[in-house]
Design a protein around this ligand. Structure first.
Ligand SMILES: Cc1cc2nc3c(=O)[nH]c(=O)nc-3n(C[C@H](O)[C@H](O)[C@H](O)COP(=O)(O)OP(=O)(O)OC[C@H]3O[C@@H](n4cnc5c(N)ncnc54)[C@H](O)[C@@H]3O)c2cc1C
Length: 138
């Protein structure tokens, strides 16, 4: 859905899939982004523009370039399990349940979608005791 919307708005010939950004170079007139094919490792042509927006997620290559000493993301110590099931509506129909806490285990249940069917997403969370020692969590 998002891909179709992006193609409609900016043009299908301007959306490149499977181009991994490996870094950007900037000078007074703009930026040039470097790319590689993630499968073959082949170097792809640089793309230039006025600005580069790094939005490549938690393992961002551009963030690593800008903050080389930051290191990898830190594990918060919280594990989550999620799922979706059909379940009868309760209270207002949009009410949610939040029970427990991280130290012992927390459960969150809420409605997703606004169709007639009552789909509920559930989420279970708990803190990994070993990770707590490393990151000082409660
Ligand atoms: C299982 C799961 C459930 C979640 N549920 C929720 C929720 O219910 N509510 C909520 O608020 N958040 C939720 N999150 C968190 C949320 O998905 C993320 O915080 C959010 O997607 C981060 O958005 P982003 O655009 O920074 O990165 P992403 O969504 O990770 O997008 C990064 C994109 O960049 C691409 N990419 C990566 N590296 C490169 C590269 N080098 N070059 C080019 N492209 C690259 C990736 O393929 C990806 O398409 C969930 C996350 C997970 C994993």
């Amino acid at each position: 859905m998002l891909l179709d919307a992006a193609r409609r708005r900016i043009g299908a010939d301007r959306v490149f899939l499977d181009w991994h950004c490996i870094g950007v170079d900037q000078n007074a007139s703009g930026v040039s982004a470097r790319f590689r094919n993630p499968e073959s490792g082949e170097t792809l042509p640089c793309q230039s523009g006025a600005v580069a927006v790094g939005c490549e997620g938690i393992h961002s290559a551009i963030r690593k370039q800008l903050y080389p000493r930051e290191g990898p993301p830190l594990y918060s110590g919280v594990n989550m399990w999620r799922g979706v099931t059909r379940w009868p509506r309760f209270l207002t129909g949009a009410s949610m349940v939040r029970a427990g806490w991280l130290a012992t285990g927390k459960m969150v249940i809420y409605t997703i979608g606004n169709s007639g069917s009552a789909r509920r997403r559930f989420q279970l969370e708990c803190r990994n005791v070993d990770a707590r020692d490393h990151h000082g969590g409660a």
